[in-house]
Ligand binder design. Structure first.
Ligand SMILES: Nc1nc2c(ncn2[C@@H]2O[C@H](COP(=O)(O)OP(=O)(O)OP(=O)(O)O)[C@@H](O)[C@H]2O)c(=O)[nH]1
Ligand SMILES: [Mg+2]
Length: 640
């Protein structure tokens, strides 16, 4: 190793790297996976542990620490911790703070790591190496992993791994986490340091001045001394960005993508959902015929099956929506969408970074609220947390679909390209988004006033989403949905059925209107009558505070128990029991109300106080009530 110093190396000094000696053998129990955002840490974590942490092609996918045993490589004795990406140890965002705290052993409840797997994207070594200096200076046994070897090689890039190991004084492995190439090097590192190219402790030049500038110079020197050749920039990433980020075409294409998603989710999803509904109803009838007539049959068919099945039929639409979100996230388009949205976000006092959690809130507000950890400014972060539940999450989909299919005619608009139903659905999504923008604007000019931060986001390269990756996402999502149907929805449905037949008078169940639930429903009816809701909808609203889609299960049970609507499908029963004004008011209510216990708990956790969730719940409920009231009155006036 050459000694210091040429003028260009003036801010580098000779430090002694931690000895890669046998003294570390047998001591390693906990290993931290650290690296810049989007370099493939979670992909590698999944490979080594056999678990399925979320992976996506944009910076900031992982915002929390996750541990797993390295079972997949036969090392169940070792714990691997996947961490959020960081650019340096000087952190400003909440997710980066988690990574640095775990790394330094300062995270309560997490063992301090004994070793580090430092993952760097080998296609951008100059920039990525800047993180190596502060990490290696920590003095922990470290394996430097140059990931994405498949891309490096296919695009004509190269790096001298041996020279890199000598330069860094630590073992280096060139791997492809996605393809599973080179993982044996990781296993070797864990079993024996001595197997690597660097077998003796060396004097390693690391910058002593801890500044971005000195790290940049150092990284450039290391790159050039290791004959690093940057791979050719992917031509089609540039060409695509030329169009997709165009000032005029960019937003128009984004809009077209969104409309196409709705058309497919509704146009293709509805027949699939109807088919599944017929199948489930048929199954219910067959099973019920096998049961003796009596309370057991009433409970299973009218109560549980009607309730759970009403929710289950929406599985196809939810999976289609998640397939689109998956393509958006895996292709790299999500980060572009954030850039396109930056102008709009700026006008409300936030920036494009807040758009990423807001987009992910289309799936579910809970992970979206966690994803706000990437926003450095605390006031911007809180504003984003408070408006995220306005974005239309997938739990609203069953409610919207049910009401739209029951009340909106299946007509074509704009030739045969867009349907009226898909347009109504899209309008509801837009309504939620506008409410989020409006509320953020109010918050940012009052309670959470702060000067706007600059928007910096590394644009990832475009990648083809893989079928396997999408398949895993959909499988996990379907499992979650079915589990929810089998637990929360089944539980609430059961409670609703029991309360709808009690009390028992001389061995006979009560009529629905005389039951406990009937009494509660009639008691709350005056409050919701102006919105066009009857007492059954009122009970649905109460039960859906647990989770939004529960209302569909509750209504399935209530209309199933009622002898008058017992034989009808839920859509038909609702058509006979609500006006158009009431139906539209119901979807508008759901667009704005915070009907989700998990979200409330998550807001409490992320803001560390009950004050914010209390303000949020009250504000959203009042907003929803007023908007539903206005909708019902206006539609009734027009329809008169
Ligand atoms: N071609 C290729 N793609 C990879 C490789 N490893 C990861 N990727 C892709 O890179 C993207 C980012 O992967 P993640 O594992 O989510 O990256 P991360 O470092 O955990 O990202 P953050 O959690 O956001 O910091 C995903 O689209 C992966 O499929 C690889 O070896 N080759
Ligand atoms: Mg990750």
């Amino acid at each position: 190793m050459s000694s210091c110093c040429t003028p260009a190396e003036s801010n580098a000094a000779v430090l002694t790297a931690p000895p890669l000696s046998a003294s570390h053998k047998g001591q390693i129990r906990t290993i931290a996976l650290i690296g810049p955002p989007n370099c493939g840490k979670s992909t590698l974590f999944n490979r080594l542990t056999g678990l399925r942490q979320k992976v996506g092609n944009y910076p900031g996918v992982t915002v929390e620490h996750h541990s797993g045993r390295m079972k997949a490589i036969g090392r169940s004795d070792l714990t691997l911790i996947d961490l959020p990406g960081i650019y340096s140890l000087a952190t400003f965002s909440e997710d980066a703070r988690v990574a640095v705290d775990v790394l330094k052993g300062q995270m309560p409840g997490v063992a301090a790591p004994d070793a580090v797997l430092l993952v760097l994207d080998s296609t951008h070594m100059n920039r990525q190496l800047m993180l190596a200096a502060p990490i290696l200076a920590l003095g922990l046994p470290t394996l430097v992993i140059l990931n994405m070897s498949d891309v490096l090689e296919s695009r004509g890039g190269k790096v001298d791994v041996l020279a890199m190991a000598r330069e860094l004084g630590h073992p280096v492995a060139l791997i492809s986490a996605a393809k599973g190439v080179g993982l044996d090097r990781v296993a070797d590192f864990l079993s024996q340091y001595g197997n690597f190219e660097v077998t003796r402790p060396g004097a390693v030049k690391l910058p002593v001045i801890q500044s971005a500038d000195s790290y940049r110079k150092w990284a450039t020197q290391v790159s050039s001394r290791t004959q690093y050749q940057q791979p050719n920039a992917p031509k089609w990433t540039r060409r695509l960005d030329h169009v997709l980020l165009h000032r005029v075409w960019g937003p128009l294409i984004f809009l077209a993508v969104v409309i196409a998603v709705f058309q497919v989710v509704f146009g293709l999803g509805q027949p699939l959902s109807d088919g599944l509904g017929n199948l489930l109803t048929g199954l219910g009838v067959k099973v019920a015929a096998l049961l003796p007539d009596g309370w057991m049959r009433a409970l299973l068919r009218d109560g549980l099956w009607n309730g759970v099945q009403s929710v289950l039929v929406f599985l196809p639409q939810i999976l289609l929506l998640f397939a689109f979100i998956g393509i958006l996230e895996d292709s790299g388009y999500l980060a572009r969408a954030a850039l396109i949205a930056d102008r709009v976000m700026r006008s409300i006092g936030l920036n494009g970074k807040a758009f990423i959690p807001l987009l992910s809130a289309y799936a579910c507000a809970v992970p979206a609220i966690m994803a706000t950890r990437t926003i450095e400014n605390k006031r911007d972060r809180f504003a984003t947390i408070l408006v995220a539940p306005f974005m239309t999450c997938s739990a609203r989909l069953p409610v919207y679909t049910l009401i739209i299919a029951a009340f909106v005619p299946d007509r074509k608009l704009l030739g045969s390209f867009v349907g009226l139903r898909a347009t109504v659905m899209l309008s509801l999504y837009v309504l939620g988004f506008l409410a989020a923008l409006f509320t953020a604007r109010v918050l940012k000019s009052s309670l959470l006033k702060a000067s706007s931060a600059p928007f910096i986001l590394e644009l990832p390269q475009y990648r083809w989403p893989t079928l396997q990756g999408l398949g895993i996402r959909l499988y996990d999502r379907a499992k979650l949905f079915l589990r929810k149907a089998g637990t929360i929805i089944l539980g609430v449905t059961f409670a609703v059925w029991v309360l709808s037949v009690l009390p028992v008078h001389s061995g006979q169940f009560s009529e629905l209107t005389d039951s406990v639930i009937g009494h509660v429903g009639h008691w709350i009816e005056p409050v919701i009558r102006p919105l066009g809701f009857n007492w059954k909808i009122g009970i649905g609203l109460l039960s859906s505070i647990v989770a939004r889609e529960v209302i569909v299960g509750t209504l399935g049970t209530l209309y199933g128990v009622d002898p008058e609507t017992h034989a009808m499908g839920l859509q038909q029963a609702l058509r006979g029991d609500m006006t158009l004004g009431g139906a539209l008011a119901l979807v508008v209510f759901f667009a704005f109300a915070l009907q989700c216990t998990s979200t409330i708990i998550m807001v409490r956790r992320e803001t560390n106080s009950w004050r914010w969730p209390a303000i949020q719940f009250t504000y959203m409920t009042v907003f929803a009530y007023t908007a539903a009231l206005v909708t019902n009155q206006i539609v009734n006036l027009i329809a008169r």
